[in-house]
Each structure stands twice: as structure tokens, then as C-alpha cells.
Ligand binder design. Structure first.
Ligand SMILES: N[C@@H](CCC(=O)N[C@@H](CS)C(=O)NCC(=O)O)C(=O)O
Length: 227
């Protein structure tokens, strides 16, 4: 069975999870694969103990283990899962659509998961009085001025249906993470009506339950019962 190494913790303001590992969790759930979570203490992301760097040279999450193989990096893992478990397809057959999906996923990784979101999300792992509100505001500004206008435009150009590139695809996977962060941060989206509807639709997908801030760590078993 696949083992997913990640970091998740319950707080009074919601259950917080690694954003990058949430991308992988969504793909595992969408493909209805049985998996087990190895929940590492959040401090390991800074301490980087040797058992972690032995599996991921940068001591980051996520990484997975399957059949004695260790695979790190959310995008690489998700593409591996797509190669090995092709149903349901999350990368389109069409070459042009496929490259569009990959560009959007890359944008989400660089602009949001590696850019605007950590300054908003990481402070929630601390008590309210210890949060750097100026830094959080900078992250929100990054979203509002650069990232969300692009997503609003993409949704306006999207083929019919509620997703970015036709049916639910790898392009939508990191947007589930945006939906997760904004469920906790509650940023006003009045200026982005298409995005607002889209994020609400993503939160209705069964796979969202596994990353929802309302799902406690203990309740986040996979859709497919591993037992
Ligand atoms: N490119 C990597 C980034 C992974 C990443 O940055 N993970 C965060 C948690 S969401 C982490 O481990 N941070 C610790 C660090 O940056 O040292 C991926 O897509 O998996």
C-alpha cells in the first residue's frame, strides 16, 4: 500500500495540512487509491532529521513509498500516480490541452504554493498572538494583485464546465489547496466571482474531505478503506 509522508495537525481554528502534500492527497483520493498516512511532526520540516533526509534530500514533504520505491515532490508523485493508475485520467490525451494543464499546475506551484500562500498559511500553525500579520497581508496582496486575477481570467476562458481545462484535471489539483487555505483565511473574493464559485465547487468534491480544515486528523482516512 502507498504510504504518504506529510504533516497535519488539529487546531481550534481548523485542521491544517501541508499544502504540497495536500496536492498528492487529492490525487490519491481522486484515483480512489488505498493509502496510509505517516504524519510527521511539523518541527521535522525545520529539524530535518536524518530519517527524513534519507528519503527526501531537502527534508520536505510530501514523499511517498510504494513497493520499496521512495518518490518525492508533489508534482513528480502526482505524475507517477497518473502513469501507474491511469483511471480517472487527470492529464488530457490532447497534447495542447496537456501542456495547458501542466502550465497551470506549474503556475500554481510557483506563484501560490511556493509564493503567496506560505506567508498566509504558516502563521496559522501558531497561536493568534504570535502571527506576523504584516507578512500575512503581503501574501494576501500577492494573491489579490497577481494570482487570483489570472485564475479569474482562466475561468472566463475555460471550456464549458466548472473546471479550468474541461473535466477535473491536474490543473485543478493545486486549486483544491487554494480552496483549503481560503476556507481558513476567509479572504473576500467579491472581485473574483468566477473563482469564488469554482472554489466552492471544488469544496464539494468528495476528495476535498481529506484536506478540509473541518476534517480532523483522526477522521482523514482514505475514501477507499485500507483495511
Ligand atoms: N517542490 C516541492 C515543495 C515541497 C515543500 O516545500 N513542502 C513544504 C511543506 S508544504 C516543506 O516541506 N517545507 C519545509 C522546507 O521548505 O524546508 C513539492 O512540490 O513537493
Amino acid at each position: 500500500m502507498i504510504v504518504l509522508y506529510t504533516t497535519e495537525r488539529d487546531y481550534p481554528w481548523g485542521t491544517l495540512r501541508s499544502t504540497h502534500a495536500s496536492k498528492t492527497k487529492v490525487v490519491l483520493e481522486e484515483k480512489r487509491l488505498p493509502y496510509r498516512i505517516e504524519n510527521l511532526p511539523p518541527g521535522n520540516l525545520w529539524k530535518k532529521p536524518p530519517e527524513m533526509t534519507a528519503r527526501h534530500p531537502l527534508g520536505k514533504v510530501p514523499y511517498i513509498e510504494e513497493d520499496g520505491l521512495t518518490i518525492y515532490d508533489s508534482t513528480v508523485i502526482d505524475e507517477y500516480l497518473e502513469d501507474r493508475y491511469s483511471w480517472p485520467r487527470l492529464l488530457p490525451d490532447d497534447r495542447v490541452m496537456r501542456v495547458k494543464v501542466r502550465m497551470i499546475e506549474q503556475f500554481a506551484d510557483e506563484a501560490m504554493l511556493g509564493g503567496s500562500l506560505p506567508p498566509i498559511w504558516m502563521p496559522y500553525w501558531s497561536e493568534p498572538d504570535k502571527r506576523d500579520s504584516e507578512r500575512m497581508e503581503k501574501g494576501r496582496q500577492g494573491l489579490v494583485t497577481r494570482d487570483l486575477p489570472y485564475l479569474e481570467r482562466l475561468l472566463g476562458e475555460a471550456p464549458s464546465g466548472s473546471y479550468l481545462c474541461g473535466g477535473f484535471s491536474m490543473a485543478d489539483v493545486p486549486m483544491m489547496v487554494l480552496a483549503m487555505v481560503l476556507e481558513v483565511d476567509k479572504l473576500a473574493l467579491d472581485r473574483f466571482p468566477r473563482l469564488n464559485n469554482y472554489l466552492n465547487a471544488l469544496r464539494e468534491r468528495p476528495s476535498y474531505r481529506a484536506i478540509s480544515p473541518r476534517t480532523k486528523v483522526a477522521g482523514a482516512t482514505s475514501l477507499v478503506n485500507p483495511e
